[in-house]
Design a protein around this ligand. Sequence first.
Ligand SMILES: O=C(O)c1[nH]c(=O)[nH]c(=O)c1I
Length: 309
Amino acid sequence: SLLSASLLGIDFANPLLNASGVYCRDVAELDALAASAAGSLVTKSCTLLAREGNPEPRYYATPLGSINSMGLPNAGYQYYLAYAQQHDYAAKPLFLSVAGLSLADNLTMLAAIRAADTPAIVELNLSCPNVPGKPQIGYDFAAMTAMLEAVTQAYDRPFGVKLPPYFDIAHFDEAAAILNRFPQVAFVTCINSIGNALIIDVEAESVVIKPKDGFGGIGGDYVLPTALANVNAFYRRCPAKQIIGCGGVTRGEHIFMHLLAGASLVQVGTALYEEGPGIFARLNDELAELLTRKGYRGIEEVRGKLRTL
Ligand SMILES: O=C(O)c1[nH]c(=O)[nH]c(=O)c1I
């Protein structure tokens, strides 16, 4: 139908899902996403052991978006694997986001996920914190290569990677060249939050979140152009892979932009946090209205059709 989408040969009723980390940390939230108009859902990035995460306030929203330094609070990977094993895949696909604090942790989690043999699709979060003092994996190309070499040995199913935003053409080139060495990396999710931003409250003359002296990843309107650029940069450089867009979606036309840029599916973070799962019905309606007005019969006709001048 009009909004039908496809990834890894799997059918989706529509291209929308949550961004990992938003509305997906416990069963109640995951069930609400499963019951919503979202075409699929992804779990909070998980670690080997459960984590409390950072002290609050650790998330804050402004009229232009959000800032967070959650610190990877999650129930531990077995919790999300158990959820994946009871999920109704006939209703909609489910993604498991994995963000081990070490390569060893990732290998342990992926081995258990593989052994469970669920239809869940793995999204490996490369924006997760790495060794303190070193850049996150997504910004350490040697570490990223080593991680993918080890993971593709341990996990023999197609999977995807969640990337941080890049801002330099040479970095798009280098990151894509690494990913293209791994055909098993079947999709790329662009982008994670733009890291280490700072939001200031003038009234209080203060930062707005407690961890890291107020420094945190931003999302929402602040990041849409960067998200679209990363979607299109990897769409152009990785013709054998699919792209999941993430960043800056609050309206149907933003989904349309991500599709034009090359996305197959589109994730919603900040706007979902602020509006709740009802947003998916609104966004699907707005996207359907836009496609119909423009004479499209399906989103496949839109993907990657961005014109240049
Ligand atoms: O602080 C977090 O938990 C977090 N926050 C983000 O904005 N992106 C991430 O990948 C993660 I793992």
